[in-house]
Design a protein around this ligand. Sequence first.
Ligand SMILES: Nc1nc2c(ncn2[C@@H]2O[C@H](COP(=O)(O)OP(=O)(O)OP(=O)(O)O)[C@@H](O)[C@H]2O)c(=O)[nH]1
Length: 188
Amino acid sequence: MLTGAILAGGRSSRFGRNKAIEIFRGKRLIDWGIDSIRPFCDPILVVANDLSLYFDVHATLVRDILSDQGPLGGIYTALLFSPHDWVFARATDMPFLVPELLTTMLGMRGNFDAVVPLLDGWYEPLFALYHRRCFPLIADVLETDERKIISFYKKIKVREVTERRWRTVDPQGLSFKNVNTPEDLDSL
Ligand SMILES: Nc1nc2c(ncn2[C@@H]2O[C@H](COP(=O)(O)OP(=O)(O)OP(=O)(O)O)[C@@H](O)[C@H]2O)c(=O)[nH]1
């Protein structure tokens, strides 16, 4: 009973071309992301403004209902289309998932509105669980032209997954490895 949302509407300006469809070990980055969450998520939504490049992914394509709002707009769209209360939102440039980490996060939901790991003291908002209660609060934030993903966190109850906690299941932080540049892809 969990919706997966792969946010794939970015500009990939640091990469130079759409990194979601770059091949890594014989498979596109976006497919790595989709396949890694498949055991947990149904449906899996791929959210972007331009979906034409993703026509053949094994997921449900959902167009951003508000364009050019960045990742926060992608989370907003995913929450609107999710048939379940909880959405696991994830950037498209994160190919790996240690399953125990997501299991741990699911177990931490309680009556919180979001479950978000901390990495070097910063939130990792694109590897996080969001309850549909977040939807109207994100709408408020977007109306003010704010694009920072964590800007609505002050209005919700966030369960933080401390580094100490997540390292017990993902010691190398493999799940958070992401690709911004071609060099990042080479060094995965
Ligand atoms: N659906 C959706 N996803 C987005 C949007 N903007 C960014 N994303 C996704 O959010 C994640 C993080 O994006 P960013 O770090 O802002 O930028 P990026 O496009 O990945 O790369 P840069 O342009 O190099 O910063 C990526 O998976 C993007 O594809 C958007 O407007 N809509």
